[in-house]
Design a protein around this ligand. Structure first.
Ligand code: KIV
Ligand code: ZN
Length: 390
């Protein structure tokens, strides 16, 4: 079986639709440029029927990066699909991503439709989408709580109707790895080579990444994920975590992605600047403490040989030499370099202010971490420079 795992980024769709994460169209374009640099395989740019802004974002991202596989979300209905198709017009490799819920809970309380009606809508949606794009993805919303027999029936029918990718979302983050792997293995077996099986896991029980990895082992070859794990409620599978698990543990997980991992940290930081929160300090891979060694015993081991306490080379994910905290002897050049690594290209005057604050702070403390250095930048310069530096 092919061991290439496709990374489908939904930071600008599932991520952006969650509280505190909305972005303007220009901000989405800046984030999209970072995602392109990161080399994600598919970039879901929005849900065009949801708002003018989403429509424009999909259109402008497709136009700015025509060679990129851009996806647009659409419910399983004509209006949504036609609008998604229009928004994707400038894209050379457009993907229409259409979805409908398949669990009995959603059918009964939300859609008020029978299983047959949902099956018919799913097939009709894929057929319509195929008139506009060769590349169509079908998602069975709430798949993890769907009767597996029915999920298999819907999956086969949508592939027969022209879907190239069938996505199995754990929409409410309810599944656990062993159970999810069994479900994925069943769908992979049912579809064979006729479509790529994808997963889209939410993190309500903190298992989104574990479930996605279990799914890859069971045969899924597309993982939907977001930078910093942003997304509805507790968020989505974190892109940086899933990518670095596959890269770091290739010995037991022999799968490849095409992600340029040195852009992970800059992408995480840019997202934090654009929305109203950044990664939590202890977040794996991109949190500010992810490579910080504070305890004496750890520092001692780390200084003797990094491998004692470090399983990932910080630079491989774009983290500057942050473990060596900047101190009062570091000098202006080191400070400027660190700020540039953090995406802040300051003017000479701004750097003078930061340097003066830095030397005062470094006199009081043993050393400053990245976040503390960023806090020294004057507010306006912090916002404005972050914008210019991308
Ligand atoms: O969580 C979900 O089920 C979704 C689908 C639209 C893929 O976001
Ligand atoms: Zn989702």
């Amino acid at each position: 079986m092919n061991n290439r795992v496709y990374i489908f980024d939904t930071t600008l769709r599932d991520g952006e639709q969650s509280p505190g994460c909305s972005m303007t169209v220009d901000e989405k374009l800046r984030m999209a440029a970072k995602l392109v640099e990161l080399n994600v395989d598919i970039l879901e740019a929005g849900f065009p029927i949801a708002s003018e802004g989403d429509y424009e974002a999909v259109y402008r991202i497709s136009k700015a990066f025509p060679w990129v596989q851009v996806a647009a979300l659409a419910r399983a209905c004509t209006l949504d699909i036609e609008r998604a198709a229009r928004a994707l017009e400038p894209a050379q490799r457009p993907r229409i991503h259409t979805f409908i819920a398949t669990s009995d809970i959603h059918l009964k309380y939300k859609l008020r439709k029978s299983r047959q009606e949902v099956l018919d809508s799913a097939v009709a949606a894929v057929e319509l989408a195929r008139r506009y794009a060769d590349d169509v993805e079908f998602s069975a919303e709430d798949a993890a709580r769907t009767d597996p027999e029915y999920l298999e029936q819907v999956s086969k029918a949508t592939v027969a109707a022209g879907a190239r990718t069938v996505n199995i979302p754990d929409t409410v983050g309810y599944s656990v790895p062993d159970e999810f792997a069994v479900l994925i293995a069943r769908i992979v077996k049912a579809l064979g080579d006729s479509a790529v099986v994808s997963v889209h896991c939410h993190d309500d029980l903190g298992l989104a990444v574990a479930n996605s990895i279990a799914a890859v082992r069971a045969g899924a070859r597309q993982v939907e994920c977001t930078i910093n794990g942003i997304g509805e409620r507790a968020g989505n599978c974190s892109l940086e975590e899933v990518v670095m698990i596959l890269k770091t543990r290739r010995d037991v997980l022999p799968y490849d992605t095409a992600v340029a991992t040195e852009h992970l940290y800059p992408a995480s930081r840019l997202l934090g600047e654009l929305i109203s929160f950044g990664a939590q300090p202890n977040k794996a891979i991109v949190g500010r403490n992810a490579f910080a060694h504070e305890a004496g015993i750890h520092q001692d081991g780390y200084l003797k040989d990094k491998s004692t306490y470090e399983i990932i080379e910080p630079r491989s994910v774009g983290v500057p030499e942050s473990k060596l905290v900047l101190g009062k002897h570091s000098g202006r050049h080191a400070l400027k370099k660190r700020l540039e690594d953090l995406n802040f290209n300051l003017t000479k005057e701004e750097l003078d202010i930061v340097y003066e604050r830095f030397t005062a702070a470094a006199d009081r403390k043993k050393g400053l971490l990245d976040e503390e250095i960023i806090d020294l930048i004057p507010d306006e310069a912090r916002k404005a420079r972050a914008a210019v530096s991308e």
